[in-house]
Design a protein around this ligand. Structure first.
Ligand SMILES: *Cc1c(COP(=O)(O)O)cnc(C)c1O
Length: 288
């Protein structure tokens, strides 16, 4: 399958943005390489190259991880073997949910581990066990967010350099997307990440990922830790569901409920509150 590169930009005609004096564009990274979502695809490409010498990519995720599903599909396409280590041994022997069913259908071997084993999954002893069991592998953390994954997202920022956008917003799960995106933007552009979960310091995680990928912090970026959490990761909120349905009706774009619906809901609230300067061109990244 070939990917569109760069992914399309879509201008949104939306009265709420107009009222705030803002030009709003969607960066349709979800169209970059279906069925693997854009940001996950960008993060996986360099990791697949790293996995090529051993032929095996081993990675981690929760039971509903879109990264696991993406890694399985991308690995299959690249002709590589994939192993997914899944958090939660209570899932062992049970019927697979749709995400894991798809990963398994794409050839991913799944192993379920307990929450305590999960905590030490990247320790040297644990890595030795994985390699013993599955053979030499390129090991990728959950979300695909390692130095290679972050560097894979730099192209996203670069694609947004020359379009006159002052502000680029994206959703933040592990911070890998924001870390790479911000590093690829121009010197007069700023990135704002909206956290999709509350139980981690995502600004610190993003900084750590930038240090790992580039040896230091890059670009102008901040994280809003609260406005887009809406009850926590993976939780649905009536307000967001209503916003999402309305957005689909107005623009024909179906937003992913975990990340993008919350991102845009929080962005519109910020626009309404006058939190973005009149005359700004804002790009919202639809990552998957
Ligand atoms: C994974 C994902 C994100 C978050 O990316 P991180 O690099 O984990 O912060 C945002 N949006 C979508 C649709 C995703 O699949």
């Amino acid at each position: 399958m070939r990917s569109l590169s760069p992914s399309p930009l879509q201008e949104l005609d939306d009265e709420r943005a107009r009222r705030a004096g803002v030009r709003l564009l969607l960066k349709r990274d979800d169209l970059l390489h279906p069925p693997v979502s854009g940001s996950k695809w960008r993060k996986l490409q360099p990791n697949l190259e790293r996995a090529r010498p051993t032929g095996l990519l081993l990675t981690f995720g929760g039971a509903y991880s879109s990264h696991l599903r993406a890694a399985a599909a991308a690995g299959r396409e690249a002709g590589l073997r994939t192993v997914g280590i899944v958090r939660g041994d209570e899932l062992r022997g049970r019927e697979l949910n749709p995400v894991l069913t798809q990963a398994a259908a794409d050839g991913m071997e799944l192993e379920f581990i307990s929450r305590s084993a999960w905590r030490s999954r990247m320790e040297p002893e644990a890595l030795a066990v994985w390699r013993d069991r599955y053979g030499p592998a390129w090991v990728v953390p959950e979300g695909g967010s390692n130095a290679d994954g972050v560097r894979g997202c730099v192209s996203l920022g670069e694609e947004l350099r020359d379009i006159g956008a002052g502000l680029v917003v994206c959703s933040v799960g592990t911070g890998g997307l924001l870390a790479g995106l911000a590093a690829g933007l121009g010197p007069d552009q700023r990135a704002l990440g909206f956290a999709a979960l509350a139980h981690a310091d995502l600004a610190e995680e993003t900084r750590a990922l930038q240090r790992e990928a580039f040896g230091g912090v890059r670009g102008h970026w901040t994280v809003d830790a609260e406005a887009a959490v809406f009850g926590g990761y993976g939780r649905r909120a009536p307000e967001v569901d209503a916003f999402r349905g309305d957005f689909e009706g107005r623009h024909g774009v179906v937003l992913d409920p975990t990340y993008e619906a919350k991102l845009l809901c929080a962005l519109f609230a910020r626009l309404q509150a006058g939190g973005v300067a009149h005359g700004t061109t804002v790009v919202a990244v639809v990552a998957g």
